[in-house]
Every structure is written in structure tokens, then in C-alpha cells.
Design a binder for this molecule. Structure first.
Ligand code: PLP
Length: 390
């Protein structure tokens, strides 16, 4: 442990009440391995799958197509100069591009090989054995998994009847909350929580806590770009905003994400590795991200395609009398089978070559599907006709 945890970090963790065993686990999170395989639902799902042979892959909320054309071109060009660690200060260019588009200062931005990394670290940095993680139920699992791994208390607050976060209940559930995690739109439901509620939370949360706002899917939503919360970062509030290039930008395998927050909050996320992981991003991935960020035409085209394919899917399912959780504003949809378990439906669809999402234990009869291309959805419909009429 002496070799894996620096003295400064040990002091930090011990002073916040972590045991030696928990310290070891914190070190695992900060060394990346635990994040990749134990804590990230997507990576774990990908590992579990014995073969990538499904005809229709709508299980992991990936984009149905690859990186945007200017991004792919920039990445290809970057390969040719990747004999250099930093051929053209790609990392600096990415940070400057994000700062411009989000209207936040450059020192309020930290990049990662995917935002799962930052979600897990936020739990180590701001929770402790006496400072809980507050989250919705159901929601995206990485923060909760990190808390469980570290034996940090977890307060799960059910979504409201309209499937938005119950912000008022989340604000009062634990006066010594460390992190209040708000996923907007929420995964797995795709549903939105009003920005006015999030702003209220930021102003009324327990002191000493921070609000982590995960906007992984924000680009897909109806009101984008007017519904982001970057202004809370610019205003110096106790928030961390998580973003990823894994969704609309079609770069899940290229592993880039970023966090926006006040510099002293970001410093806590990098305390344990001195920032090594945040700055050592592959050059081709970074070049791709820079070129994609400003490709507003592709963003608009993908948004339209998603909305069309989602509407087509909602129509197909509601005509067949299925209850849908929603409305979803993201590239996912939840179906309540009522009389069938999501586990058996996952297996039934798999037998038809269609991969749907993992099981969300809170709702044992509800499955999540991602919205893919028109062909993906037609493949899902064909499998549905076999599975449901069987
Ligand atoms: N946040 C949410 C809500 C997600 O659904 C995902 C991935 O599915 C992530 C974060 C992590 O994305 P990545 O680590 O690929 O950046």
C-alpha cells in the first residue's frame, strides 16, 4: 500500500475516516482498473458478453454510427504524427475548444478517458464512511458501485411519478451527504429533471456536499443547447458536470470525457494520481474530439435521426399496448413487460440476435433498449414479433 498510495493521499483518506482496507480500494479506483471492469456497467457488460455476434446491438446506449466525419478525418491524420507524445498540443486544443463551447474558464475543465473515471473518483474525493452518496433509483450505476466498493453509505431516492429526480427529497435525505448525483437526462429512463430544480438543489443542498450533474446524454434532448448547466460552473457553485464523447459523438471506444468544476474541486479528483490519467489521452482520440465538438451539422443530423427513430419505436410499442416509461429525451427507452421479467426478455431477445440492456433490479419487469439506426429498430421489431407472440 505504501507504494500505491502517496503520503498526501493517505493523510487525506485517513483524516476523512477511511480504513486501511478502504484506502486500498480507493487506490484501485484511482489506478483505473476497478473503474474499467468493476464499476463501469458498460465495460462490465462488454466483458461479460461471450461474443459480439448480436445482429442488433441496442444494449449499451452507444451511438448507432461511428465518429463524425471531421473527427474521423482528424483522428486518421493524427495517427501519422503519433510518434510524438503531443504533436500539436492536442490536449491543450481540446481544453480550449471545450472552454469556448461551454463558456467556462480553461482551468475549470479536466479531461478523462471516459467520464466513468470521474464519476468513480468523485465518490472517493467527496464521500467517506460518514458522508454518503445520494442518488436516484434507478439511475446510472457507476457512482453507486464505487460507493459500495468503498463501503460509503448510499441513500437511494426513488424517481418521482413523472420519472424526474425527487430533488426535494434528495436534498433532505442526509444532512451529511458528500455527493448528490443527478443524471440528466437520467439513465436508464431517459427522463429529464427541470434545470430550475437542479438550480434549487445547488442553492439548498447540505453544506459540505457537492452536486454531480451527469449530462452524458444532454445533446439528444429537446431543449439542447439551452438546457445545460455549465453556467453553474461559471458561477462558481459546488457542482461538477460530467460529459462524455461516448454518446452522440459516437466515440465510446475512443474513451474521452470531461468534467467541469471549480479548480479546487477538480484538484481533489486528481489528487491521487497527480493528474496523470487526465492529461494522457491518446492523440487520435483527442484530435477526433476536437473536430467533433464543433460539428454542429452532424450533431443536428444525429439529433433528428434519433428523434425520428425513437418516435417510430414509441409508436410501434404503444400500438401493441406496451407501457413505456417516459417520456424519454435520450437514446434509450424503457418498456414495462408487466408479466415477464427483464431477465427472461433479455435472454429471449438474445436468442433472436438482439442485445438489449442489463437488468435494473429496482424494476424487475422493465427492460431498457437503446435507440439505434432505423435498421436496428426494424431488427428489434422483427425480434419483438417473434418474442412477444411466442
Ligand atoms: N454517464 C452515464 C449516464 C452513462 O450512461 C455513461 C455510459 O453509458 C457514462 C456516464 C460513461 O461514459 P464513458 O465512461 O464512456 O465516458
Amino acid at each position: 500500500m505504501k507504494n500505491t498510495i502517496r503520503e498526501e493521499v493517505k493523510d487525506d483518506l485517513l483524516s476523512r475516516g477511511f480504513s486501511r482496507r478502504q484506502m486500498m480500494r480507493a487506490a484501485m479506483i484511482f489506478s483505473g482498473g476497478a473503474t474499467a471492469l468493476t464499476l463501469s456497467p458498460e465495460m462490465a457488460f462488454a466483458q461479460e458478453r461471450s461474443e459480439a455476434s448480436a445482429k442488433v446491438r441496442i444494449g449499451q446506449n452507444e451511438c448507432w454510427t461511428g465518429p463524425m466525419a471531421p473527427g474521423a478525418k482528424a483522428a486518421a491524420a493524427a495517427i501519422a504524427v503519433s510518434n510524438r507524445y503531443s504533436p500539436n498540443d492536442e490536449h491543450g486544443q481540446l481544453v480550449r475548444a471545450i472552454a469556448k463551447i461551454e463558456n467556462v474558464p480553461e482551468d475549470h475543465i479536466m479531461t478523462w478517458p471516459g467520464s466513468n473515471e470521474a464519476l468513480a473518483r468523485s465518490v472517493v474525493a467527496f464521500c467517506s464512511p460518514t458522508k454518503s452518496l445520494v442518488q436516484a433509483d434507478p439511475t446510472y450505476e457507476t457512482s453507486g458501485r464505487a460507493a459500495k466498493f468503498l463501503n460509503v453509505p448510499i441513500k437511494s431516492v426513488p424517481l418521482k411519478a413523472d420519472y424526474s429526480h425527487d430533488i426535494r427529497a434528495m436534498s433532505t435525505t442526509d444532512a451529511s451527504a458528500g455527493v448528490i448525483y443527478v443524471c440528466n437526462p437520467n439513465n436508464p429512463t431517459g427522463t429529464m429533471t427541470a434545470n430550475s430544480e437542479i438550480e434549487w438543489l445547488v442553492d439548498n443542498k447540505p453544506s459540505g456536499s457537492i452536486v454531480v450533474i451527469d449530462e452524458a446524454y444532454i445533446h439528444w434532448t429537446k431543449d439542447y443547447p439551452n438546457n445545460t448547466t455549465s453556467h453553474l460552473v461559471a458561477a462558481g457553485k459546488d457542482v461538477l458536470i460530467m460529459r462524455t464523447f461516448s454518446k452522440i459523438f459516437g466515440m465510446a471506444g475512443m474513451r474521452i470525457g470531461y468534467t467541469m468544476g471549480r479548480p479546487e474541486l477538480l484538484a481533489k479528483l486528481r489528487l491521487h494520481d497527480g493528474g496523470a490519467l487526465s492529461s494522457q489521452l491518446p492523440v487520435p482520440s483527442t484530435a477526433c474530439a476536437i473536430a467533433s465538438l464543433t460539428d454542429t451539422a452532424s450533431i443536428a443530423a444525429r439529433r433528428k435521426m434519433l428523434m425520428d427513430n425513437r418516435a417510430m419505436t414509441v409508436d410501434f410499442l404503444t400500438k401493441r399496448g406496451l407501457k413505456l416509461i417516459g417520456p424519454s429525451e435520450a437514446n434509450m427507452l424503457m418498456i414495462d413487460w408487466k408479466t415477464k421479467s427483464s431477465k427472461e426478455m433479455q435472454a429471449a431477445f438474445k436468442a433472436q440476435g438482439v442485445e438489449i440492456a442489463r437488468v435494473f433490479p429496482t424494476w424487475p419487469t422493465v427492460s431498457r433498449i437503446s435507440i439505434g439506426s432505423k435498421a436496428d429498430m426494424e431488427g428489434f421489431f422483427a425480434a419483438f414479433n417473434k418474442v412477444v407472440s411466442a
